[in-house]
Design a protein around this ligand. Structure first.
Ligand code: URP
Ligand code: ZN
Ligand code: ZN
Ligand code: ZN
Length: 483
């Protein structure tokens, strides 16, 4: 099976060059001029880029009394339609459930995936069993561990648990991740808002101001520093948490921030929409913010203080959202975006001049592959890399519409957004899954991508910890104890 992508311009995170690409058995085997032989894909006028990697999805996730509506079948189909060729989903153990039991449940679900996938492990409770299972998780290729600082009474872990877990992650060569919101304060604000009659979706936004995120991000950064572990802050939505990340990075701490496409382009006015459904469909945590916060996130991507753009794809139907009629705290938290992340970021980032095409590749694919330690197998156009590629037509136009989307839900939070720049072809390990808008996915094609621990960063951090570890002072004259 040989495929040649001809006449395109290869755009990677650090290079733009006109060349053809030869693909054999799912892997890039040659990059050069005038390549021939095999099936030819015409990339005239197009950019040949690493397929998108979405580092943050929740497919068929049990959450808030229901399951997210997109599973690995519809979710990865949506991904491919928008040029994303890999998703990293979160294994979410139930209370008391072993990590590897939960991972098996995720493997059972992901068998239907159309594109490759990997997993983060969530630390949803704490105990000796979890501590032990973390090593098995790393050995099985799940080396990043998410901690929820919010969702009190459900997924939230406390600081002492987080510190112990972070130390364990550091020892194992993994990455600690946090959902940074102060869950105690959110719970207090929620109770007060409901008691005062603020029961609509706008109450969700009031209950989670930027301060709860900034405080938690800063706390997690300091705890990670004390534990000697690199930290990845998921869904960074505001200047308050971005500021904490930016400062940490300037101080030499190994910290990464991940804005979502939703937070970059949608704002808090959505929650004040007179239509309850419209507002509730946009309920997610953290909530959408105002223009100043959006500008901060864009600046972070431009300057490098924020590293990658994700979706946190966790889609619920309108019927599911209606669980929260009369009580916003019961609206399932989450929005979709798998199909829209690349085209919307291109339209609002590249076409506006805020990002170069190379920066676009960095934040949608390459940086993610590097942070999660799967580069250059993923996130690269290099000989030997997996042929997870998108042939991107910068002139192709469209409009986001729930009527034509792949996702299983009945609306789209980006509805009506004008697109210019969309996939002509999406290839998953060399297989053409999307051709000029026509879907040709294959259920079960996707493979699990295990990820090894990151020795370099972790060794540096642990060496530094060892050098600066507390040591008893040797003294000559010690006074006698007691009276
Ligand atoms: O509202 C959100 N973000 N739902 C998904 C779960 C999470 O917090 O990431
Ligand atoms: Zn979260
Ligand atoms: Zn709207
Ligand atoms: Zn999430």
């Amino acid at each position: 099976m040989t495929t040649i992508i001809r006449n395109g311009t290869i755009v990677t995170a650090d290079l733009t060059t006109k060349a053809d690409v030869r693909i054999e058995n799912g892997v890039i085997t040659e990059i050069g001029q005038n390549l021939t032989g095999g099936t030819e894909l015409d990339a005239t006028g197009c950019y040949v880029m690493p397929g998108g990697i979405d580092p943050h999805t929740h497919l068929e996730m049990p959450f808030m009394g229901t399951y997210s509506a997109d599973d690995f079948e519809s979710g990865t189909r949506a991904a491919l339609a928008g040029g994303t060729t890999m998703v990293v989903d979160f294994v979410l153990p139930g209370q008391g459930q072993g990590l590897m039991d939960a991972a098996q449940m995720w493997h059972n679900k992901s068998g239907r995936a159309h594109c490759d996938y990997s997993y983060h492990m969530a630390i949803t409770w704490w105990g000796e069993k979890v501590w032990e299972d973390m090593e098995a998780s790393v050995k099985a290729g799940m080396t990043s561990f998410k901690h929820f600082m919010a969702y009190k009474g459900a997924l939230m872990v406390n600081d002492d648990e987080m510190f112990q877990s972070f130390r364990r992650v550091g020892d194992l060569g993994g990455i600690a991740m946090v959902h940074a919101e102060n869950g105690d304060v959110v719970a207090e604000l929620t109770a007060r808002l409901l008691a005062e009659g603020n029961t609509g979706p706008e109450g969700h936004a009031y209950s989670r101001p930027p301060q709860v995120e900034g405080e938690a991000a800063n706390r997690a950064i300091m705890i990670a520093d004390m534990a000697g572990v690199p930290l990845y802050v998921v869904h960074t939505s505001c200047e308050d948490s971005h500021e904490a990340i930016r400062r940490a990075r300037q101080q030499g701490k190994r910290v990464w921030g991940e804005p979502l496409i939703q937070h970059l382009v949608l704002d808090e006015s959505e929650y004040f929409h007179p239509d309850w459904d419209h507002a509730a469909r946009r309920v997610m945590s953290p909530p959408f913010r105002n223009k100043q916060h959006q500008d901060s996130l864009w600046a972070g991507l431009q300057s490098g203080s924020l590293s990658c753009v994700a979706t946190d794809h966790c889609a619920f139907t309108t019927d599911q959202k209606r669980y929260g009629v009369g009580d916003f705290s019961k609206i399932p938290n989450g929005t979709g975006g798998l199909q829209d992340r690349l085209p919307v970021l291109w339209a609002q980032g590249v076409n506006t001049g805020r990002l170069t095409p190379n920066e676009f590749v960095a934040v949608t694919s390459t940086n993610i592959a590097k942070i999660l330690n799967m580069y250059p197998k993923k996130g690269a156009v290099l000989v030997g890399a997996d042929a997870d590629l998108v042939v991107w037509d910068p002139e192709k136009t469209g409009v986001v519409s729930a009527a034509t989307q792949q996702s299983a839900i009945d609306y789209n939070v980006f509805e009506g957004q004008k697109l210019k720049g969309m996939p002509r072809y999406t290839l998953t390990r060399g297989r053409v899954a999307v051709e000029d808008g026509a879907m040709k996915p294959q259920e079960g094609w996707g493979q699990f991508t295990p990820r090894a621990p990151r020795p370099a960063v972790n060794r540096a951090l642990s060496q530094w910890k060892e050098l600066t570890a507390p040591r008893p002072v040797k003294r000559s004259g010690i006074p006698a104890t007691g009276v």
